[in-house]
Design a protein around this ligand. Sequence first.
Ligand code: XMP
Length: 326
Amino acid sequence: MEKIVRPESMARITTPELANAFIEEQIKEVREQVGDKKVLLALSGGVDSSVVAALLIKAIGKQLVCVHVNHGLLRKGEPEQVVKVFRDEMDANLVYVDAVDRFLDKLAGVAAPEEKRKIIGAEFIRVFEEEARKQEGIEFLAQGTIYPDILESDGVKAHHNVGGLPEDLQFGLVEPVKLLFKDEVRVVGEALGLPHGMVYRQPFPGPGLGVRCLGAITRDRLEAVRESDAILREEFAKNGLEGKVWQYFTAIPDIKSVGVKDYKRTDAWPVIIRAVNTTDAMTATIEEVPYELLKHITNRITTEVEGVNRVLFDLTPKPSGTIEWE
Ligand code: XMP
């Protein structure tokens, strides 16, 4: 396989002007590559797939078929945002697949982290493959491969998120941002008119909230993870911590403890808050969050989120902890 190498002469895309020039060039290349054929894209709503979607919508319009699989493990408001931005505002050919029950039924009772990841990955490919088979005349698969994916795989590997499609579903690949670094993908995304929050969103694992709902996932505890995460994100945004803290989220272990509410004993979960800074995710330090804000978030989570009676703040750097709780 031919090695993919970014030419040394390629300027770093740091301004809207450079981004626009890149976009124009890619539009031409993509049109030449795909002609009047159809292209399929798994659109998760993450930075890379969203930028590829916006770019291809500009280049080939409805020849692009975006498939958004809602596996039930996304953050609050994310599937709705994908539909709003791509279908309503960009008029994309978007297939929205509600696969929530399918994923959660498959995951029921499975506690081992690697097993959960395997199920989520395999089920994702199955759902995507089913949708691919329903579409007529697809000849290309678009992927949000970026340059670090290529570097990590010694110049040959494609994006890791969609792979493993069966032999009879082999498509030509369209990877318009494969020579870009993440910061450049973001500049291009903004130039394409994507919402700032979508382009600058913090890293989010492929298996989503499934990682942060520790042990066997139940619908009620998953909902508590989603709601507490939404409160944390809202409060960090309101208090100027968004963009300052590299990654922040909540996790809920599969344990309950006694608490008290309205003079009655409760038996409920603790929510753990994680807020870290890092440059490469290999090591991480703890962000100091103002105590008053932590107390306010604690109050909101314990009053607004069903099934939660405590909030804990994780002070552990990486190492010895990992960033995620899993
Ligand atoms: P850990 O927990 O290993 O996480 O310290 C390091 C970084 O990787 C992210 N992460 C993932 N990202 N797919 C991804 O794209 C995944 O499956 C995945 N698992 C962990 C994690 O959020 C952190 O930023």
